[in-house]
Design a protein around this ligand. Structure first.
Ligand SMILES: Nc1ncnc2c1ncn2[C@@H]1O[C@H](COP(=O)(O)OP(=O)(O)OP(=O)(O)O)[C@@H](O)[C@H]1O
Ligand SMILES: O=C(O)[C@@H](O)C(=O)CO
Length: 410
């Protein structure tokens, strides 16, 4: 393996796995740190963790474990994949994990860039934009676990690390890879936020990053990396999986709520609300039986508007309610797969983490793109196809599009 990725959530892992796979690198995604060596033909390994919102010390420990495993598989470069909306809090985990990985790898200067222009994320003058608005006005300020109220990534990062935070502006990026390399070489022991507003900027980033041991960013930074290892873009050969299907949505982001509304209009759906879950009034068995009876893939969702989420968090606590809802999705996924469901579309990074652990999946094969940042996935060795969608990714019809691609109707 040449390139190793540590992703802080599972949708993020499949997002970057798609980027590397489309860049021509034979890529596999792992659910947690594998306990075994992997096939020689895999050149890029993506270890998906559920470390975005856990305590910083725990995120550091599990990320170092993943790093050591990737190094033991021969990786020459490590990427810490974080969210393109830089989801984190003042306690971490982007700063502390980057710092710990840099220490472990002996890397002085770490280039940091969450830009993903294809999905509207750009970094300009150190500020993160989602389409035409600042991060802090994009809806991310209402995120249930990592509300992003400051769009200046340099300030956000500086609150999370004792290393200095520097900046390479878009004018240096436009001057080409040598200008980026030269600026980075002057930064010393620092994290350096790099501007990028177009895919071309990420290609420049990729070329400038060829000899770096560690990079931190969104999946966009992987756009230019396969070519450093001699790979060329490729299309996937994917045979889908047919059979019963279900959509599970725990994401409360604006894009997901739109997708839930669109899908509900033409398919059976059940809302799993926080009160029923917290008071243990929800019967999982009854929900599973109902889902299996449906002819059209049903939608099971806890996705709710910010005001409803805030009320649930006030009543039950932020972590308590999130944990309980994630546990429901994990148990539902396990039971539905046991009942013969073969295609599962999941919305939300934390929710996806819960679902893959419920499914006890350990290796995921990367299929074709469903939407920017979302590949079709297959659980290795099982007739089970998955789509793990980041909260804010995909157009309004994403759920039905994903069900088709998973079935092989691309
Ligand atoms: N109705 C609800 N009330 C309170 N919390 C909820 C509710 N529905 C979901 N949650 C919790 O909100 C969190 C949503 O996070 P998740 O990562 O799944 O989605 P997202 O943040 O939109 O996606 P991403 O991280 O990919 O951007 C989960 O922990 C989930 O359990
Ligand atoms: O980078 C992104 O936006 C996604 O891959 C993600 O990590 C959302 O959870």
């Amino acid at each position: 393996m040449k390139l190793g990725v540590i992703a802080d959530d599972f949708t993020g892992a499949s997002d970057i796995a798609l980027m590397l796979s489309e860049g021509g690198m034979p890529t596999a995604q792992f659910v947690g740190v594998p306990e075994h060596s992997i096939d020689d033909h895999i050149e890029a390994g993506v270890v998906g963790l559920k470390s975005r919102t856990i305590a910083a010390a725990d995120a550091v420990a599990i990320s170092l474990e993943a790093c050591d495993w990737l190094l033991s598989q021969g990786c020459q470069q490590i990427i810490f994949k974080v969210c393109s909306t830089f989801d984190s809090t003042d306690a971490g985990n982007i700063g502390p994990v980057t710092e710990a990985l840099a220490d472990r790898l002996g890397e002085e200067t770490v280039l940091v860039c969450p830009a993903f222009p294809e999905n509207g994320r750009s970094v300009y003058q150190g500020h993160l934009f989602v389409k035409d608005v600042l991060l802090s006005e994009s809806g991310m300020q209402h995120h249930p676990l990592t509300p992003m109220t400051d769009p200046d990534i340099r300030r956000v990062l500086a609150r999370q690390t004792s290393r200095s935070v520097k900046h390479i502006s878009v004018s240096d990026v436009w001057a080409g890879p040598d200008a980026v390399i030269q600026n980075a070489s002057k930064a010393g022991k620092a994290m350096v936020v790099v501007d990028a507003v177009r895919n071309e900027d990420l290609m420049t980033f990729g070329r400038a990053a060829a000899s770096r041991k560690l990079l931190t960013g969104g999946s966009g930074i992987a756009l230019g990396l396969p070519q450093n290892f001699g790979f060329q873009p490729e299309t996937s050969s994917w045979a889908g999986v047919s059979g019963k299907a279900v959509v599970l949505s725990g994401s409360c982001s604006a894009a997901t709520r739109g997708q839930v509304a669109a899908y509900k209009a033409s398919a059976p759906s059940r809302e799993l609300n926080a009160d029923d879950i917290m008071s243990q009034r929800l019967s999982l068995q009854e929900v599973v039986e109902w889902a299996i009876r449906q002819d059209t893939a049903p939608l099971l969702y806890s996705s709710a508007d910010p005001a409803i989420v805030a009320a649930a968090q006030d009543k039950y606590g932020r972590e308590n309610s999130a944990d309980a809802i994630e546990k429901v999705f994990a148990n539902l996924a396990a039971a539905l797969s046991h009942e013969g469901v073969k295609r599962i579309v999941v919305a939300g990074g934390e929710t996806s983490g819960a679902v893959v652990s419920g499914l006890q999946a350990d290796t995921l094969e990367i299929g074709p793109k469903i939407a920017a940042g979302v590949p079709a996935l297959k659980v290795a060795g099982r007739p089970l196809a998955l789509a793990l969608k980041s909260g804010n990714f995909g157009g309004p019809e994403f759920f039905s599009e994903a069900l088709s691609v998973l079935e092989g109707r691309v």
